[in-house]
Design a protein around this ligand. Structure first.
Ligand code: NDP
Length: 450
């Protein structure tokens, strides 16, 4: 269909140098073709042309001083993409690779992910090219305060509710919330991922990783398979990776790898979760420290990976959980995984597989859960946090975990039923994109041209 090419050309012309955004948009638009052919109303209402344009993009300067008094300037972003289904919702990413195209791709994905959760949340995303690595606690606090000194005027409990993402965890959410509260003179649920002491939800920290494992479980159940006793590989060693590993253990699987941007750990006996948490959540050190306590584990620096590949995907496994960052798994990695017997890939990260890798998974009909479906547990539980804040109640860990499992089951059922409706039952990329898009598009039509 020519419209996909036309829209992609339009994006390249009017929003130059946003490669990740074009990649995300093209994937969604390509898989919407069967829906567009069946229902001309979406073209009549120019939904595609409208949905690829953010409702609002906020770009701002962030000035801060380091511990030596030196001045630094970073870029701040908040993209409020689509509010058809509810207040803008999506995380904040602090990483030097952040630019307008990265935030736009994440915001675009977030629209459909949030729709898939079945909850009333629109799509947004934000962040900064600030690098938290090697910064002191005070520097992190000053940066968060400087960032919020602009962001506060754009967000609100019923307007836009940011959360964490890469480089933004509980500590950063605390500093951001403190500054918001001071500037707005209002104590409201304007951020999620908050501490349990002041409005957070039990199981929010765990939710994205747990959700990605639940998603794998439901995909596998449909194929008469289970994770029990199976070797699993996980990339990354941040929030999503740690709680993916935790849930894998709870379901009787054996997670054997994790990584960071410098290298990877292969621990044949199973990743030592307590050690990993201590290194990454408490001490905040690099992953190569792991082998000091676990001499039998193997650390391979990135320079030791086979050229053009990610070493994590070279380890034979039954299921793989990409949980670090975008485009961390390419076609060669996908082929290696399949050749080594992997039959399940559940994406904790956003867009971790390149388009060529996705094609290989879909063509080979493995149990492949694309990020916008498989990692939706994080934002879904953020919405559960908003519900608890609004009703001034607190649910137990077990209650939230049970709701999360049910939401992940609903997302899987919705994506696979939609894939079947459009003729390719195992293609959850198409199923998730169409199911997520359809609800937003129908809401946009009903709400008129705004
Ligand atoms: P964290 O900052 O907690 O951890 C990120 C991990 O990925 C770290 O181990 C980091 O290593 C690694 N990583 C980041 N960038 C790169 C890179 N360019 N190359 C190699 N490794 C890298 O982030 P999260 O765990 O929160 O997020 C991970 C992924 O999950 C992201 O794609 C995020 O968008 C997605 N996601 C997160 C959600 C959440 O609730 N947190 C919700 C839904 C999706 P290093 O320390 O060396 O940088």
């Amino acid at each position: 269909m020519g419209y996909v090419r036309e829209v992609c050309d339009y994006l390249a012309r009017t929003s130059p140098a946003q490669a990740e955004f074009y990649q995300a948009a093209q994937e969604v638009l390509m898989s919407l073709r069967p829906l567009m052919e069946k229902y001309p109303k979406y073209q009549e209402h120019k939904i595609i042309e409208r949905i690829v344009e953010p409702e609002r993009q906020i770009l701002f300067r962030v000035n801060w001083t380091d511990d030596k008094g030196e001045i630094h300037i970073n870029k701040g972003y908040r993209i409020e993409f689509n509010s058809a289904l509810g207040p803008y919702k999506g995380g904040l990413r602090f990483h030097p690779s952040v630019n307008a195209g990265v935030i736009k791709f994440l915001g675009f994905e977030q629209i459909f992910k949030n729709s898939l959760t079945g909850l009333q949340i629109g799509g947004g995303k934000g962040g900064s090219d600030f690098d938290p690595k090697g910064k002191s606690d005070n520097e992190i606090m000053r940066f968060c305060q400087a960032f919020m000194s602009e962001l506060y005027r754009h967000i609100g409990a019923t307007t836009d509710v940011p959360a964490g993402d890469i480089g933004v965890g509980g500590r950063e959410i605390g500093y951001l919330f403190g500054m918001y509260k001071k500037l707005a003179n209002s104590y409201e649920g304007v951020l999620t991922g908050k501490s349990l002491l002041w409005g957070g939800s039990l199981a929010r920290t765990e939710a994205t990783g747990y959700g990605a494992v639940y998603f794998a479980k439901y995909m596998l159940e449909d194929r008469g398979e289970t994770l029990k006793g199976k070797r699993c590989v996980v990339s990354g060693s941040g929030n999503v990776s740690i709680y993916t590993i935790e849930k894998l253990y709870q379901l009787g699987a054996l997670p054997i790898t994790c990584s960071d941007s410098n290298g990877m750990i292969y621990d044949e006996d199973g990743i030592d979760l307590a050690l990993l948490k201590e290194l990454k959540e408490t001490k905040r050190v690099r992953l190569n420290e792991y082998t000091k306590s676990r001499p039998n584990a193997k650390y391979t620096p990135v320079s030791g990976y086979k050229e053009g590949t990610n070493g994590v995907w070279s380890i034979p496994c039954f299921a793989a959980f990409p949980s670090a960052t975008q485009n961390e798994l390419n076609a060669q990695d996908a082929k290696t995984l399949l050749a080594n017997g992997c039959i399940c890939v559940s994406e904790g990260a956003n867009m971790p597989s390149t388009p060529e890798a996705v094609d290989i998974f879909v063509e080979n009909k493995i149990a492949y859960g694309p990020g916008k479906a498989a990692n939706a547990g994080g934002v879904a539980t953020s919405q559960l946090e908003m519900q608890q804040n609004a009703s001034m109640t607190n649910w137990t860990f077990e209650e939230v975990d049970a709701k999360l499992a049910q939401i992940m089951k609903n997302i899987y059922t919705n994506a696979s039923a939609t894939a079947a409706e459009f003729g390719d039952p195992t293609n959850l990329v198409m199923g998730a994109n169409i199911a997520g898009f359809r609800k937003v598009a129908d809401a946009m039509i009903e709400q008129g041209l705004v």
